[in-house]
Design a protein around this ligand. Structure first.
Ligand code: KG4
Ligand code: ZN
Length: 348
């Protein structure tokens, strides 16, 4: 099938605590994808949930319902696109918080019926993979490391339609570990950026505690799996036994342990599968030190492309959902989607 004509897609994302809508122009086939962002809007509930130290699904649901129409209007306005020009809606159906996912699905269904356009139920994790596609081409085979608040996994992609999970966390996701350790340090939710900031400061001020060493979990296991709950517990016990320790030093050592583990396992996957492209997606790759470490892999694997999304596309957004929706649409060869429903633990 050859797709020459471009298509205007509305992406809708409500899987967690961001209400996001993007208008994207998509073109090409699976071998030659091209995307243009026409306009996007995002309302974050982070401040609201911060009071409770985490995301409350029913509060998220209420906020999404309230904000979706406003975010939609803002996105269309920025894109300078009339709604009758939208040709397809891509909405996240999972994985995520089901009450939150439903709000986006209901919104998309109503809009789809009104505009008489198809809706494609989109996988949030394919979204995180697709987040690298602006001005970039993925050469297959590719390995993707997905690191977010809910997921830590390594995926092998032989093509867009042939992909499999080759490693995953056995317990906590890496973003979750950041959030929990931040809480132990008395830092607000979401903890990732807070820890990142403290660790950065520690590096600048050369604060390092040589007696402090956290485990690099599962680094010697033969598989490509991860585990972060032991590391989290190590931090907990350390803080209990050493309440006076400089927070900055703890943040730095925790971040170093995470970075070393992620880089080590990713290198193992590269050695095993020899990918032409390495993709890193998900909120945790917003972390500056982690980004630098992955970019530096260029020195070890000069023939491999390393794709990391622009900062605004690392955390949850609707642009990546519109792009993933287009990919799923091309893969299925059909516009019509099955009856949509929220799937909290949807797999790849
Ligand atoms: O992809 P995302 O926005 O949402 C999920 O799909 O989960 O990822 C959110 C996660 C949170 O756990 C947050 O703490 C983490 O990404 N995060 C970071 C940074 N910015 C966000 N973790 C480490 N360093 C950061 N700079
Ligand atoms: Zn996400």
């Amino acid at each position: 099938m050859v797709y020459n004509a471009s298509m205007i897609i509305l992406g809708v994302e409500t899987s967690c605590d961001e209400t996001a809508i993007s208008v994207v122009e998509a073109e090409g086939d699976l071998q030659n994808l091209s995307f243009k962002l026409l306009g996007s809007a995002l309302h974050s509930q982070v401040k609201l949930h911060a009071e409770y130290g985490g995301v409350f699904p029913n509060l998220a649901k209420r906020e999404h319902i309230k904000n979706l129409p406003l975010v939609y209007k803002e996105a269309l306005g920025k894109a300078e696109v009339e709604e009758r020009k939208i040709e397809m809606i891509a909405v996240t159906v999972g994985p995520g918080l089901e009450p939150a996912l439903w709000t986006g699905i209901v919104f998309a269904k109503e809009l789809g019926e009104r505009l008489e356009i198809p809706i494609i139920g989109t996988n949030h994790m394919i979204g995180h993979i697709a987040s690298v596609l602006f001005n970039n081409k993925i050469e297959f085979p590719a390995v993707a490391l997905l690191i977010s608040g809910g997921h830590t996994e390594l995926v092998l992609l032989n093509s867009w339609t042939d992909k499999k999970k080759i490693g995953e966390t056995q317990d906590d996701a890496v973003g979750e570990a950041f959030d929990k350790v931040a809480r132990m340090l008395g830092l607000p939710y979401p903890g990732g950026p807070e820890i990142s900031h403290l660790a950065e400061q520690a590096r600048e001020l050369r604060i390092i505690n040589y007696e402090l060493r956290f485990p690099r979990p599962m680094i010697h296991s033969r598989d490509l799996n991860f585990s972060f709950s032991g590391l989290k517990t190590a931090v907990l016990y350390y803080l209990r036994d050493n309440p006076q320790t400089e927070k900055m030093a703890v943040a730095r050592e925790f971040e170093d342990a995470v970075i070393e583990t992620l880089v080590f396992k990713t290198k193992k996957a590269i050695e095993e599968y020899c990918p032409k492209t390495l993709i890193i997606g998900g909120g945790v790759i917003a972390n500056k030190a982690l980004r630098e470490n992955f970019i530096n892999l260029k020195n070890d694997y000069s023939d491999m492309k390393i794709l990391i999304p622009a900062k605004e596309l690392t955390t949850d957004n609707a642009t990546m959902i519109a792009m993933a929706g287009y990919i799923q649409y091309l893969g299925n060869g059909t516009k019509t989607s099955v009856e949509l429903s929220a799937q909290g633990s949807l797999d790849l």
